[in-house]
Design a protein around this ligand. Structure first.
Ligand SMILES: [Zn+2]
Length: 382
């Protein structure tokens, strides 16, 4: 016997009584069938409703051949009249998101001839896929038009037309169905085949927010929010933007251009610093006595250290140990033409609590030793 679907009588039924038709053990859980239910199963990319049957937690809801199976941890007596309740806040949020998705897809279809090719309504993320790529401009445009449709507070209705009536109707559908097709109509914005519960008026959706669109199978995957989730997200966005605005001392609506200017200035400073370090490296290399093999440089980056070593080795032969850092913790770059290069570096690491290495004639790493200890060690290797 097929289960009577109370959610098609009204999407707002949150409490109801029903009779237990069967309760069967399936592995660790039980599958309960009622004569009627308001629990909407997992279907069309939307996760199942949750709630209680006779005080027992409903973990999952699935439909097979018109029968709705409620998964629960405990068994229940057959033929018993039971009181049931849905987690309605969660259900209402799903109804808002479902309805928002219809409006967005209807606008995309009418405006750009783009089809919705997939929908996922998860606890964390809500996404829908499109048949063609969506630009940033399009995203902004459909978000605005969808919110205007919400403001018009249009009725959302559902009907099961006969096969004959269906032939003369224009509607969107992912599947080529002919029987028991439920058509959900939203004012003059959209008509679409869908089996899920929706809100009664678009105004109940509240807010629709599109987060971003990424390339997906020749089209785009759009992340969307509606209702409270959208409201919270917009509030967070505004808060973040305000904080950045204070940091930049710029108006909120100008933070992106101010950030661009700041990043440009940072790149210019980086370039100037690198040029200045090269000049210092050259001067240091020119003034270096031939017999000095351990040099503590004023640098704080490996690029400048490499530049310095190249300047020195172009001028003279012999081992060079270039360092930067602080007492007990020095970054090194060692240049040596010794034949036993690998052993030379290994022995230095062992003597000076170091680590690192490289291919002859250069090795990079770190010594956990004092400058005195490093100087004394390399003097002993001459
Ligand atoms: Zn729907």
């Amino acid at each position: 016997m097929k289960t009577e679907k109370l959610y098609y009588k009204s999407a707002y039924i949150k409490e109801f009584t029903a009779k237990v038709v069967s309760c069967e053990k399936k592995g660790d859980v039980y599958e309960i069938v009622l004569d009627k239910t308001a629990f909407f199963p997992e279907e069309g990319g939307q996760y199942a409703d949750s709630g209680y049957i006779d005080g027992i937690r409903v973990l999952d809801v699935k439909e097979r051949a018109g029968v709705i199976y409620h998964t629960a941890e405990m068994s229940i007596e057959t033929d018993k009249e039971v009181a049931c309740s849905l987690d309605f806040e969660e259900r209402l949020e799903k109804m808002r998101i479902q309805s928002a998705e219809h409006i967005l897809s209807g606008i995309l279809h009418t405006l750009y001839g783009i089809e919705n090719t997939g929908f996922h309504l998860g606890k964390e993320d809500v996404t829908f896929d499109t048949s063609r790529p969506i630009s940033r401009e399009m995203l902004k445009n459909i978000e605005r038009l969808a919110n205007l449709a919400v403001m018009r507070n249009m009725p959302i209705t559902a009907e099961f037309p006969s096969a004959e009536e269906l032939k003369n109707m224009t509607y969107r559908s992912k599947l080529d169905l002919t029987e028991d097709v439920r058509i959900v109509t939203i004012g003059d914005v959209d008509a679409c085949a869908c089996c899920a519960p929706h809100v009664a008026y678009t105004g109940e959706i509240g807010v629709i927010k599109l987060i971003d669109a990424v390339t997906h199978r020749g089209g785009s995957r759009i992340r969307m929010l509606a209702g409270e989730r959208a409201l919270d997200y917009i509030s967070c966005l505004s808060d973040e933007a305000s904080r950045v605005s204070v940091m930049l001392s710029a108006p909120v609506l100008g933070i992106s251009s101010e950030t661009e200017t700041l990043l440009g200035a940072k790149d210019e400073l980086k370039y100037k610093l690198s040029e200045a370090n090269k000049k210092i490296a050259r001067l240091l290399a020119e003034s270096l006595a031939d017999n000095i093999s351990v040099v503590l440089t004023p640098f704080s980056d490996k690029e400048s250290l490499r530049f310095f070593v190249n300047e020195v080795t172009a001028r003279r032969e012999g081992d060079l140990v270039a360092l930067f850092g602080e007492e007990g913790r020095y970054t090194y770059l060692i240049h040596s033409e010794r034949e036993n290069f690998k052993e030379f570096i290994k022995a230095a690491n062992a003597a000076l609590s170091g680590k690192g290495g490289g291919k002859a004639p250069a090795a990079e790493g770190m010594f956990s030793a004092t400058l005195e200890e490093i100087k004394a060690y390399f003097a002993s290797t001459q």
